[in-house]
Each structure stands twice: as C-alpha cells, then as structure tokens.
Design a protein around this ligand. Structure first.
Ligand code: PMP
Length: 406
C-alpha cells in the first residue's frame, strides 16, 4: 500500500525549488518531458563517478559492474511492462527511435496493396516513419478519423478493417489532448484481420502501467524522459516471433554473431537490435526512474493526477471564451485549450514571464490542429509532483494574460 505525500515527493525534485523570471517555477510541461528526482540524478552521478565503462565486452571489473547494472535495468523495465523475457525488452534512444526500428523493418515485409492504419490522434513520430514506409513499399496509409470530442471514431475504424490490413499504429494516450485510446479493442479487432499493432506508449507511461501480455500488443514503445528518467533512452517491446522476423535496424558492433567480408551473421535478441555502444548510464537511470515511480505507485499517481485534472478543468471552464479540446472521460492530466481571439503563443509567453511553463503550438500533432481548424493550443500537463496551489497560480495567470491580451 502506498501513501501519497506531496511535500515529501516535491523534495525529491531539486528543480522545483528554482525561480523563473523571479517567480517560483510552475512546471506544467510534463507531457513534453518530466522532471528528474534526485534518486535518478544520484544514479547518474554514481555511474560516472564509480563505474563508467563499456559493457558486454570487457573482462575488467568496471565493465562487469556496468554490464550488470545495465542488464539489471533491462529486467526492471521487463517486469514493469510484464514482458515475457528480458531479450524482448530492447533499449532504444526513445519512442521515435523505437517506432523507426519497427517501421523500417516492415519495409522488407510489406508489399504493394497492403494497408497500414494510423490514428488521427498521432504524434508526428508515429506518422512520418509509416508514410516513409508506404512510399518505399507501395503499401497504402489509411487513417482512423477522430471525432469532435477528441476521441477516435471507432465505427469508422470497424469499417476500415480489411483483409489487406497488415499494421496498425496508434498511441495509447494522445500527447496533444490527453485522450486515452481504446487500444485493447483496437488490438483485438486488428488481430482478427491478421494485422499487428504497434502502440506508442510515450504519453501513457507516466500515468498507466501497461501490461503488454494482457493487452496482447505486438509492439510497445516508450521514452524514459517522460517517466522521470533521462533523455536519449527508451524501450521497444516486441513479440518474439516478430522481433525474429524483422531485420536489424542498424549494423555495427555488438549486434553480430560472426563477421567476415563475405557474410555477417547476426546476434540473437536483444543484441540484433542494439548496435554500437548504448546509452549505458541512461539505461541504468531509466531503471532507477521506474523504481522511483513504482515506489509511489501508479494507482496513487493516476488518482492524484486525476484530481489535479478535474480541479484545473473546472477552474479553467469558468473563464469566458475558453475552450478545452478533448472531452473524453478517459483522459490523462492534460488540458489543451484556447481563449477566443488570443494566440496560444502570446498566452504561453506571458505565462512564462510569470514563471509558468506550458507548451504552445501544434504539439507535433498537426492533423489534430487541422481537424479543429486552429494553429495550436496552450497545453498544460500535470504530474504527480504538481499541486492544487500551482493550479490556482496558473489559472490566475491565465486570467491576467487574457486581460492583457484582449
Ligand atoms: N509519441 C508521443 C505520443 C509523444 O508524446 C512523443 C514525445 N512528445 C513522442 C512520440 C516522441 O518521443 P521522443 O521524442 O522521446 O522520441
């Protein structure tokens, strides 16, 4: 059982003590990247202070310590997502890298006339690699449309299911709106057509502990930097038969079995997909970040963040002319909004002057903005280390900015 102690939690994040433009920092850009607790910072310092070495090939003590810590981190990540085997838990440089690994692998599998399905709620990193794949293979890219509520049109999805469908890619949670997508239903229905499903878990990972076996998902990708870990490291899970089927993404050291100039044979999983020296320290810190969040508990985190979301939503809705995009009941702690006649960039700039960090713009999800016929939104995204008082400060600042800009 976990208890949620916000004062204690905030002490773990040194950055929350700093001032921006003379005001205490209010960090509401958590969907872009989360802040880093001192436990993770300490693990990074410890690595470089005490056992920095290259892994997997050294016989010396430091190399073995680093290898052990890196492989321990892999097991932590494996357990967190309930992945059957450690060798199906691939280290990547992040979500974008993981998606590209899978998409580029399918370039040698898909044929002209095959269909791939993307959702209208995707981040560009889950659109562009598949467009590139379709250009290469002649496969056809189709889109699951969205509704005004910011949810997917599941009737349209049913109608798009065809026997030519090979791959579906959808995010678990939309970064622009916070909508939680019905991925279990999408996976079941896609499997009935013999298609595989890649789920982009980048935005879900901070709030939802996904169980890849229960979901029966084929590929699942995340970035560590959204879950209190460092940038430049992430995870790709794949079903064993699919990972064996896909060709390696990059050639290099560490990913080979035998190399001659005539022919190279590849190493088994996970090394086939892990060419070159990886982000060793990042991988270790990723494991520590998951330990940290699991200690607080994902149920406790989700419950508290939902309270923050409801509080912020009701306060913001009192502001005249303010519209929140994405009205799904299933939402993570994201409010994406605009105020009549005010450009989101201007709002974001004034909030920054008051020490408040939000994201403005299209959030790498231009199709969603096109759907609503807007250029962008102001997005405030909350984390478990945020407080109700910070929301009060933020709402007061939005009202002040509105008065200045109207
Ligand atoms: N997908 C989603 C839904 C995201 O929110 C992000 C990060 N904004 C990404 C993919 C890309 O993640 P990264 O930049 O860490 O590769």
């Amino acid at each position: 059982k976990t208890t949620f102690n916000i004062e204690k939690i905030r002490k773990d994040f040194p950055i929350l003590d700093r001032k921006v433009n003379g005001y205490p920092l209010v960090y509401f850009d958590n969907a872009a990247t989360s802040q880093t607790p001192k436990q993770v910072i300490d693990a990074i310092v410890d690595y470089y202070s005490n056992y920095n070495a290259n892994i997997h090939r050294g016989v010396h003590a430091l190399s073995q310590e680093a290898t052990d810590a890196y492989e321990q981190a892999r097991i932590k990540i494996q357990r967190h997502f309930n992945i059957p085997n450690a060798y199906q838990t691939l280290f990547t440089a992040g979500t974008t890298h993981g998606i590209n690994m899978v998409a580029s692998g399918y370039a040698s599998i898909l044929k002209e006339g095959d269909e791939v399905l993307v959702s209208a709620l995707e981040h560009h990193s889950n659109i562009v690699p598949w467009q590139m794949l379709c250009e290469k293979t002649g496969a056809k890219l189709k889109v699951i449309p969205m509704l005004e509520t910011g949810t997917l049109d599941m009737e349209a999805f049913d109608a798009l299911l065809s026997d030519r469908l090979k791959v579906v890619f959808v995010n678990h949670v939309s970064n622009a709106l916070g909508t939680i997508n019905p991925i279990a239903e999408i996976i079941t229905k896609a499997h009935q057509k013999g298609a595989v499903v890649l789920v982009d878990g980048a935005q879900a990972a901070p709030h939802i502990k996904a169980d890849v076996q229960e979901l029966d998902v084929d590929f699942y990708v995340v970035s560590a930097h959204k879950i209190c870990g460092p940038t430049g490291v992430g995870m790709l899970y794949g079903k064993e038969d699919l990972l064996k089927l896909l060709p390696p993404y990059q050639g290099g050291g560490e990913m080979i079995d035998q190399v001659t100039f005539e022919k190279t044979t590849y190493a088994g999983l996970p090394h086939k997909f892990e060419a070159g020296t990886p982000n060793i320290c990042g991988g270790i810190a990723f494991g520590v970040a998951l330990d940290y969040m699991n200690e607080i508990g994902f149920d406790a985190i989700a419950k508290y963040e939902h309270q923050l979301l409801e509080y912020a939503t009701s306060k913001l809705q009192e502001i005249e002319g303010l519209r929140i995009y994405g009205e799904s009941k299933d939402k993570t702690a994201v409010v994406s909004f605009n105020i009549n006649g005010i450009h989101p960039y201007d709002m974001g700039t004034i909030l920054d002057k008051l020490g408040i960090a939000v994201r403005t713009g299209h959030h790498c999800a231009q199709p969603i903005m096109d759907f609503y016929k807007i250029s962008g939104t102001v997005r405030a995204s909350f984390s478990f280390y945020n407080t109700f008082e910070e929301i009060d400060t933020f709402v007061a600042a939005v009202i002040r900015a509105k008065e200045m800009l109207s």
